[in-house]
Write a protein that binds this ligand. Structure first.
Ligand code: ZN
Ligand code: ZN
Length: 150
């Protein structure tokens, strides 16, 4: 069976071909790095982990590759609060939504199929093809070690 990364690589390859963009090894290395991590990350996190693995990539390449990966739906871009945009891999991974603690800013995930049902129902009702959604619950995490808690 093909791994999610292998499938994502094929999709990205086809996308670059269609758009007549260069298939540089850097672009595929960035994709591989993203599919090897399990977290939400910003451009800077990704840039630093590429650097630590001795890849020769510029920030501009990281930015521009992320944009392409978002366009072909292999990566999801999130705007959590006022922070820098955060990203995560999406191909072959379960659809989910997020909770953010307003004190420690930790992001948690949850998955509830009812949300997908609402999306489908509203789409049908309003004759609207819903492509994706963004749902974030803000609150307080109630963890003992939550930082910045009053
Ligand atoms: Zn917290
Ligand atoms: Zn997530």
């Amino acid at each position: 069976m093909k791994s999610n990364f292998e499938s994502a690589k094929q999709i990205f390859n086809a996308y670059l071909e269609k758009k007549q963009l260069r298939k540089t090894p850097e672009r595929f290395a960035i994709l591989e790095e993203i599919y090897s991590r399990a977290d939400h990350f910003d451009v800077e996190d990704l840039y630093i982990s590429m650097k630590n693995k001795k890849y020769q990539v510029s920030r501009a390449t990281v930015y521009n590759t992320l944009d392409l990966l978002v366009e072909c739906d292999l990566v999801t871009k999130h705007q959590f609060g006022k922070n820098m945009a955060q990203y995560e891999k999406s191909y072959g991974f379960k659809q989910h939504d997020h909770l953010i603690c307003m004190d420690c800013h930790k992001v948690s995930e949850f998955c509830d199929p009812r949300i997908q049902n609402i999306q489908n129902m509203v789409g049908d009702m309003l004759h609207f093809e819903v492509m994706h959604h963004s749902l974030i619950f803000y609150g307080n995490c109630k963890k003992e070690n939550c930082e910045n808690k009053n």
